[in-house]
Ligand binder design. Structure first.
Ligand code: TXA
Ligand code: MG
Length: 310
């Protein structure tokens, strides 16, 4: 259903009733459920085939709501002031008595919170509905994240009643996830807000070691995966491979992420390009090297997981 007041009314009715709705955000499309409804949250895991140890992000519709759910340190507050609403998810110590389902928290004492940018946020608020919503990316677990309503339909069309079509997402990769403990910050997932943009606000950002880290249980090794095998940092195209290029080169790419070497454009097109290349039916998708700066860090993170053994 196209985005607009009618769609927001229908979505609100369904969500309040405990049903799932797919919603566009500035990063990727999300699969939303009312965060206070145990069975709706359980339904999210069911629909995506998501392992129960992978916790969900709670999406709030006004930044002030964070204080009701979590302990907000001065560092957390300064990041909220600067980056919310926006593509930054903060993992914070959870308040003890909050009216949210524990089904999406994977038994953790922390809570991941984000305040997204999307027209439905205002739409819901004007209906007197302020969530909060749990909202993972609206793809089957382990598959490529969706950046259009069509992508959501391909993965989950038979399992959900409503997809709000807000056109292609502006960002294209998921939010950056940072865990905050007092004045310490740790990067759990590189994402749409690059570390360079965060640096002026965080004096010492550490990088979570995902192998030993139980704090980001959802960062599964294989993720964002197409059906085809993925070969990274390819500098030639082998017989029978599909090739995803970046910048201008002598290799004839099937698709180019960005001929002008724009990492913003590459992030924006990444998931749609992987889906299109996968539909060519080749056994291997070879991918040109992408620089490890700015959004390139998030792009390389997703590609590494797309290439991991399934
Ligand atoms: O951009 C986004 O963040 C999108 C849109 C729809 O908002 N959502 C999204 O959700 O990417 P999902 O479920 O695909 O990824 C959530 C990530 C997972 O890696 C999960 O492990 C982590 O956030 N996470 C959630 N709660 C956490 C917690 N309490 N501690 C550590 N990591 C957490
Ligand atoms: Mg996801």
């Amino acid at each position: 259903m196209p985005a607009g007041p009618g769609a927001y009314r229908r979505a609100e009715t369904l969500l309040r009733r405990g049903e799932l709705v797919a919603l566009p955000t500035e990063t990727v499309y999300g699969l939303a459920a009312l965060a206070s409804d145990d069975s709706a949250v359980a339904e999210i895991y069911q629909a995506k085939g998501r392992p129960s140890h992978n916790p969900l992000i709670v999406h709030i519709l006004t930044p002030e709501k964070a204080k009701d759910l979590a302990d907000v340190s001065p560092l957390a507050q300064s990041l909220m002031d600067r980056f919310w609403p926006g593509a930054l998810t903060l993992v914070l110590p959870k308040k003890l008595s909050i009216d949210l389902s524990s089904v999406g928290s994977a038994g953790l004492e922390t809570i991941a919170i984000r305040c997204p940018v999307a027209p439905w946020v205002e739409g819901f608020r004007s209906l007197g509905f302020d969530g909060p919503l749990v909202m993972p990316s609206a793809n089957l677990s382990g598959h490529i994240s969706p950046t259009t309503a069509q992508h959501v339909f391909e993965d989950l069309g038979d399992r959900i009643k409503l997809i709000i079509d807000g056109g292609p997402c502006a960002g294209g990769v998921e939010s950056t996830v940072i865990s905050i403990d007092g004045d310490r910050a740790s990067l759990l997932r590189p994402g749409a807000i690059a570390a360079e943009a965060l640096a002026p606000f965080i004096s010492n950002l550490s990088f979570a070691d995902e192998k030993s880290s139980p704090i980001a249980p959802g960062m599964l090794e294989s993720h964002y995966a197409p059906r085809a095998r993925v070969r990274l940092n390819a500098i030639h195209k082998a017989e029978g491979e599909a090739f995803l290029g970046f910048g201008v080169s002598h290799i004839k790419a099937d698709i180019n992420l960005s001929e002008t070497e724009s990492l913003e454009e590459a992030a924006n097109r990444l998931y749609a390009c992987l889906r299109s290349l996968d539909s060519l039916g080749k056994a291997v998708i070879a991918i040109a090297p992408i620089p490890m700066t700015g959004l390139g860090v998030a792009i390389n993170d997703r590609l590494k997981r797309a290439a991991a053994p399934k």
